[in-house]
Design a protein around this ligand. Structure first.
Ligand code: KIV
Length: 278
């Protein structure tokens, strides 16, 4: 089956079909997400926290993103892969934004990029799209700006901020973005924005009224426990499974239960005898 295209994603909104998006950061996980038929995979800069152990997404570099993105692309054949542009790789000017967006497409093999911001980045989005690179926007809570926002807090509870987020959504639509992530905004605001723009809204902590949903895979699998956001639902508790397996292995090595004959390679007795005499 050919890869999902941005036209297919747009069509899903028009037909009222819900869109699933999930993050992935490595080959094995990406393969599972792709095989599950999920149409959109985001190699999010959240990898800085859930894979690399940074406190925020701010230290993530483009080299780290490209390294993980290549692995995700290698593990997939059907999903549309979106590469997340890290902090300060698209802020300086349009040419910087374009040349870094191109790295995701040319060097890592994604079909699209994502960047944070609305009105303030619309000129960059327009230029990138004009050069043939599909862009997904990201507004509401934008984690790369947490120092400015004052933490991971809900956005759009006042008329002023809600109106700004609506303007951001419209600016991204105007600039040619094919979809927009709405992060941590009131459900009613996300529903209103979804009805006012023609491009799909993909919510995270934005309620049921969005055209689609995105989650960080570690939250869905229960494999990252430093911080579990309120909007996340753990469909498994992988951290317990992993921890049990690691402890059991440790116990079996120290008590001599592992490896068994089944985990070892046999040798011809005559060769062994010959060696003993040496
Ligand atoms: O980096 C990421 O995983 C994201 C999602 C939370 C939308 O940007």
């Amino acid at each position: 089956m050919p890869r999902i295209t941005i036209n297919k994603i747009r069509e899903m909104k028009q037909k009222g079909e819900k869109i699933t998006m999930l993050t992935a950061y490595d080959y094995v996980t990406a393969k599972l997400v792709d095989e599950a038929g999920i149409p959109l995979i985001l190699v999010g800069d959240s990898l800085g926290m859930v894979v690399l152990g940074y406190e925020t997404t701010i230290p993530v570099t483009i080299e780290e993103m490209l390294h993980h993105t290549r692995a995700v692309v290698r593990g997939t054949s059907r999903a549309l892969i979106v590469g997340d542009m890290p902090f300060m790789t698209y802020h300086l000017n349009t040419e910087q934004a374009l040349s870094n967006a191109a790295k995701f497409i040319q060097e890592a093999g994604t079909q699209a990029v994502k960047l944070e911001g609305g009105v303030t980045v619309a000129d960059k989005v327009k230029r990138i799209v004009e050069c043939g690179i599909p862009v997904m926007g990201h507004i509401g809570l934008t984690p790369q700006s947490i120092n400015q926002i004052g933490g991971h807090r809900i956005q759009g509870k006042t008329l002023e901020v809600a109106a700004r987020i609506l303007d951001d959504a419209k600016a991204l639509e105007q600039a040619g973005a094919f979809a927009v992530v709405l992060e941590t905004v009131p459900a009613a605001l996300a529903k209103l924005i979804t009805g006012k723009i023609s491009i799909p809204t993909i919510g995270i902590g934005a309620g049921i009224g969005c055209d689609g949903q995105v989650q960080v895979i570690n939250d869905v699998l229960g494999s990252y426990t430093d911080f579990v956001p309120k909007h996340a639902k753990q469909y498994a508790k992988l951290v317990d499974v992993m921890s049990n397996a690691i402890s059991q292995y440790h116990e079996e090595v120290t008590t001599g239960k592992f490896p068994t004959k089944e985990n070892s390679f046999p040798m011809d007795e005559s060769i062994l005898e010959a060696l003993k005499g040496k």
